[in-house]
Ligand binder design. Structure first.
Ligand SMILES: *Cc1c(COP(=O)(O)O)cnc(C)c1O
Ligand code: SF4
Length: 287
């Protein structure tokens, strides 16, 4: 994966919590052969559509993001231009979803769906009339990687499309947040705005060694998220992708932190601690 960072994140690189997520200071990861332990590629039924669980389908809108996280589960693909879906691909996805009414939930992922707002909007427009889809989700890091990009005309158009759909069907925006340092005033402003779209805001966090594997950091993160109207959904163990070993936190330490979080936080503010098991079993609670 090539290093990529937004101008906004560049201005935050003095913070180790940000720098370690994006900059490889050891410069020795370039030769790693990243793998796919969650077997997503073998569940890709048409280009960009992962149908791994019966009633949920995940769409990889592109492999592009505003910045490249060094611990990304899909590090094998991130940054490659060929992942971006074209009109034909979107038609094929819409057809698959129509022919599979057991799929009642669509998750837009990637890459970052807000980074390619036109493509994401096309997908929603082509699929929103499919009756069997009852709920929608979008995962994004753009509000934390480049809040100013959320003000672009194309993102505003995507937001209008989301707002319209959210008035008819439950729509969830899932923010990927790792550390309280990411909740800057700029990011908070964007999150505050997202609340006005009529969506439910959720978050997901990955345990990252040396970045957020401390009780105090995570308590502060989940409380802050809860206080701004974001419900912490999942706390993941870092996926066992080859090449990401430096980010694996100590499993015993993770468990102790997760227990303390559960005791201290409001139920709504405490995410479920899960591990995405290899070979396709899915996200299993660690405790
Ligand atoms: C995480 C994931 C989902 C959604 O799982 P939930 O537990 O419902 O959040 C769906 N498909 C794939 C491939 C996933 O990785
Ligand atoms: S923003 Fe998400 S998809 Fe993009 S590199 Fe980071 S973790 Fe991966």
């Amino acid at each position: 994966m090539t290093e990529k960072i937004s101008p906004y994140l560049k201005s935050l690189l003095h913070l180790p919590s940000i720098r370690l997520q994006y900059i490889d200071e050891t410069k020795n990861a370039t030769t790693v052969n990243y793998n796919d332990p969650l077997m997503e590629d073998s569940h890709e039924v048409v280009k960009g559509l992962i149908h791994k669980y019966t009633h949920r389908a995940l769409i990889k809108v592109s492999y592009q993001c505003a910045a490249h996280c060094r611990f990304c589960t899909r590090i094998r693909q991130i940054g490659h231009p060929e992942g971006r879906l074209q009109e034909d691909d979107i038609d094929a996805i819409a057809q698959y979803l129509s022919l599979h009414p057991e799929i009642d939930e669509v998750i837009l992922s990637g890459g970052d769906p807000f980074y390619t707002p036109q493509t994401t909007k096309q997908i929603i427009e082509k699929c929103q009339a499919i009756d069997s889809i009852k709920t929608w989700r979008i995962g994004t890091r753009l509000p934390l990687q480049s809040p100013i990009s959320m003000d672009s005309k194309l993102v505003k158009e995507l937001e209008a499309c989301i707002q319209q759909l959210a008035a008819q069907k439950p729509f969830f925006i899932l923010l990927h947040v790792e550390h309280p340092d990411e909740l800057t005033n700029d990011a908070l402003r964007v999150i505050q705005h997202l609340r006005t779209l009529g969506v439910t805001l959720l978050s997901q966090t990955v345990f990252l060694k040396g970045i957020n594997d401390e009780y105090e950091i995570l308590v502060s993160l989940f409380k802050s998220l809860y206080h701004i109207g974001v419900i912490p959904y999942y706390l993941y163990r870092c996926d066992r992708v080859k090449g990401l070993e430096a980010f694996y936190a100590d499993p015993q330490k993770e468990k102790e932190i997760a227990i303390k979080l559960r005791q201290y936080l409001s139920g709504i503010a405490c995410p479920l601690f899960v591990e995405d098991i290899e070979n396709g079993y899915g996200k299993i609670p660690v405790m």
